[in-house]
Ligand binder design. Sequence first.
Ligand code: MLT
Length: 322
Amino acid sequence: MKRILFAFVGLAALWSGSVSAQNYPTRPITMTVPFAAGGPTDIIARIVGEHMSKTLGQQIVIENVVGAGGTTGITRASQAKPDGYNIMMGHMGTHGAAPALYPKLRYDPTKDFTPIGLAAGTPILIVGKKALPANNLKEFIEYLKKNQDKVNQAHAGTGSVSHTTCILFNSIIGVKPTQVGYSGTGPVLNDLVSGQVDYVCDQIVNLVEQIRAGSIKAFAIATPERSPSLPDVPTTTEAGLPEYQVSAWNAIFAPKDTPKAVQDKLSDALKKALDDPASRRRLLDLGGVLPKDNERTPEYLGAFVKQEVARWTPILKDSAPK
Ligand code: MLT
């Protein structure tokens, strides 16, 4: 009798789980952004989150949980109940670079998440404060080499995109500037504009408006082609540093074991956001690169994260300052 009762309770739990996944979502969804408001991760989360809310019929509420290069927010979000009401905007740092720089990282990007989909590719630019005497990449590198004891480079915390991509840049050109950590590159940009920090390697969506306004200097974009959003900014190859090629990305994840029906609904809502003309225009105008159709599936993101961890681990082990 007891056995029959247990079997019945088990079946009922399974049934109610699948019914709630079918009805999902019935209340607002929290999307953790692991960096400060106003930076690239936050901007992309708000653009796609706004349209996803319309598709899902429930508000996606952005919660900024900052610290440790994005790993604080991602650790917390990865431990939330896997019911689709807690999702997160990760990126190349939190899900590609962090394992190489945090030996005690409390999540495994390749195992502890249910991938939803890539939101945008984000080319990296090297930018400096307006008062710097250099006017192109060559002059900037010369200036850095001569002044590395007094120059400071800002970033969004150990393992963040701005940290890891500048580790690479600094190691290629052979400088060790003072590093200044922030809770995100939104606040970094404010201090770059006001001249309190000297330079940063950052994701394009954070930078386009300030570069167009002339309030910061863009030395180069680290992609093979110029960005249509910043046609006057040379590529690193054109500017004489072809070895520095790097791009980042942002993507949505849910905690491991999120039901397939919920994963499908979130992934479909993200695809609709990326197909929506207004959201596309906003992302493209900020220099974002929209994932191609075959790059939008959860399976693609799952495989991509594995490649990114494998790609960044040796780079960071070799280049990180000892
Ligand atoms: C990073 O450097 O990882 C990001 O730019 C941080 C952010 O999105 O604010």
